[in-house]
Design a protein around this ligand. Structure first.
Ligand code: FES
Ligand code: FES
Length: 169
């Protein structure tokens, strides 16, 4: 069986995997990242979305062997130092979940969306998240949460860059 190395949430793993094993099954069944749910198993719902080398990917559509040498971030790896990621906090504050099944994937897809458009309009959020389905249909709050998370992430990066500015002598 092929042996792969993969970094998940900052931890390096070396695993022997069957060539047909999906990344989502590696994450959930072998590495204990059960925060990444499986919705459809066919690449349609987006529930299984994780970050793969910095971009969102549906982990039911990626073979574990394809992730060899990659960095994966799951919903369990987003919080830093016991603090939620701003997008997690925004989903909480905007009540952007009902059953929560779609939430990990939505958050990952939202963070990826902001890489290309840090201040997305409501329409851009709806378009950017069209690959992620919410069966509870709570889309209004999800869109609000993504825009709130975007504003907070911009505010943080502005204050980090001003803190790094060297004061004039
Ligand atoms: S479970 Fe992967 S897209 Fe639905
Ligand atoms: S909150 Fe239930 S599927 Fe989205």
């Amino acid at each position: 069986m092929p042996r792969i190395t993969v970094n998940v949430d900052g931890i390096a793993y070396e695993e022997e995997v069957e060539p047909r094993l999906l990344l989502v099954h590696l994450l959930r069944d072998r590495l204990g990242r059960t925060g990444t749910p499986i919705g459809c198993d066919t690449g349609n719902c987006g529930a299984c979305t994780v970050m793969l080398d910095g971009r969102s990917a549906k982990s039911c559509s990626v073979l574990a062997v394809q992730a060899d040498g990659s960095d994966v971030v799951t919903i369990e790896g987003l919080a830093q130092g016991g603090e939620w990621h701003p997008m997690q906090r925004a989903f909480h504050e905007e009540h952007a979940l009902q059953c929560g099944y779609c939430t990990p994937g939505m958050i990952m897809a939202a963070i990826d969306l902001l890489r290309d458009d840090p201040d997305p309009s409501e329409e851009a959020v709806r378009e950017g998240l069209e690959g992620n389905l919410c069966r509870c249909t709570g889309y209004c709050n999800i869109v609000r949460a993504v825009r709130r998370g975007a504003a907070e992430m911009s505010r943080r990066s502005a204050s980090e860059s001003s803190a790094q500015e060297v004061p004039a002598p």
